[in-house]
Design a binder for this molecule. Structure first.
Ligand code: TXA
Ligand code: MG
Length: 342
């Protein structure tokens, strides 16, 4: 079943599915989520099964009212209220110590719980009408790019879940920023639209988990989900970093070489460089003047390359000031950390 979002009866039906222990995919402002009743261990088990996700990788609990955070946290760090006032509803997930109401099946066995209040009107209304808190990872098959359209969800999960609420294309296109408030100084476990600087304006010093910055495999990211190879396109992706002219020249030469070797090649271009590439499958990710456009299109483009059956992908690099860190974090993972400086 695939429904359009702005129909209250459909959202009520979706809520009923949640109460009965079923799974519903729904739009949020970041990416589509695959929702189940956060208090129902068997719903969480179904989420893991549908995604093919390791069950030690915890789910985010989605709420629509702040009191729900108080209901499931064993203690509420001071920063939680401040960050909620500043950024909720919105693309920020907070990790807090959990109490007994949230089953370990939902938190992957951890004593902390990740909580987010999405701003997407359909998400808010769906959670409210369900009368539950909704555990939801991104609604993709584990290891695939997160879904930014209902069609992406259907492609990965049709037949494995009970309903998809179609809210069109999402706004941001990258998953929420995750900030850990469970021990000492707030720590970013996953970069996103809400940046370190934005958080620091509200709570003072904020750290970034060394595990997500390090190339050293021994420094493990704290968020279990950040440890897995993720967001991987089927083609072999390499990021080319440097001055624009040098990057274009390198990608063109590498493309010729790969084509000569009989391979199908994809190129991630920007509006600024599109005209300089004329071989291979060239897709424009967005404009360097509008960094949000790059975030918005990243996952869709990786999926497009899979459909085109390209075997090798070259992407330009993006060091944009604000959401750039989140973009590069996802692109790096998709590339298995393969970047060439030119
Ligand atoms: O924007 C988003 O956050 C989307 C939408 C649907 O809300 N959801 C999302 O969920 O990206 P998911 O499951 O794909 O990513 C959740 C991340 C994983 O890396 C997981 O390991 C981490 O959050 N996480 C969840 N609970 C945690 C906890 N208690 N401690 C550390 N990391 C946690
Ligand atoms: Mg995910």
């Amino acid at each position: 079943m695939q429904d359009t979002a702005n129909d209250v009866t459909l959202l009520e039906e979706a809520g009923a599915i949640i109460r009965e222990g079923g799974l519903v995919a729904f739009p949020t402002e970041t990416v589509y989520g695959l929702g189940g009743d956060a208090m129902n261990p068997s719903a969480s088990a179904k989420i893991y099964a549908a995604k093919g996700r390791p069950s030690d990788n915890p789910l985010i609990v989605h709420i629509w009212d702040f009191s729900q955070l108080e209901e499931i946290a064993s203690e509420l760090p001071l920063e939680a209220k401040k960050l909620s006032d500043a950024f909720w509803p919105g693309p920020l997930t907070m990790i807090v110590p959990k109490n007994d109401k949230i089953p370990y099946e939902t938190t992957g066995g951890l004593d902390t719980v990740a909580v987010r209040m999405p701003s997407h009107p359909v998400a808010k209304e769906f959670i409210r009408l369900s009368g539950r808190m909704i555990a939801a990872p991104s609604a993709n098959t584990s290891g695939r790019p997160s879904p930014t359209k209902a069609e992406h969800v259907a492609h990965d999960l049709d037949g494995k879940i009970d309903a998809i609420i179609d809210g069109g294309s999402v706004d941001i296109g990258l998953e929420s920023t995750i900030v850990d408030l469970s021990e000492g100084i707030p720590t970013i476990l996953r970069p996103g639209y809400i940046t370190k600087a934005m958080l620091e304006e509200v709570v003072g010093e904020v750290r970034i988990d060394p595990g997500i910055l390090s190339e050293n495999e021994k420094v493990r990211p704290k968020a279990p989900g950040m440890r897995y190879k993720h967001y991987a396109p089927k083609g072999d992706l390499t990021i080319i970093n440097g001055q624009q002219d040098a990057v274009v020249a390198y990608i063109n030469a590498a493309t010729e070489e790969a084509l000569a070797a009989g391979k199908r090649v994809g190129i991630v271009a920007t509006e600024e460089t599109r005209a300089f590439y004329n071989r291979g499958e060239v897709l424009t990710i967005g404009s360097r003047d509008d960094e949000d456009s790059i975030a918005h299109n990243l996952y869709g483009i990786l999926r497009n390359f899979d459909e085109l059956g390209v075997e090798v992908i070259y992407s330009e690099s993006f060091s944009t000031p604000r959401i750039g860190q989140a973009i590069m974090n996802r692109l790096f993972k998709a590339a298995g950390h393969h970047m060439i400086d030119v």
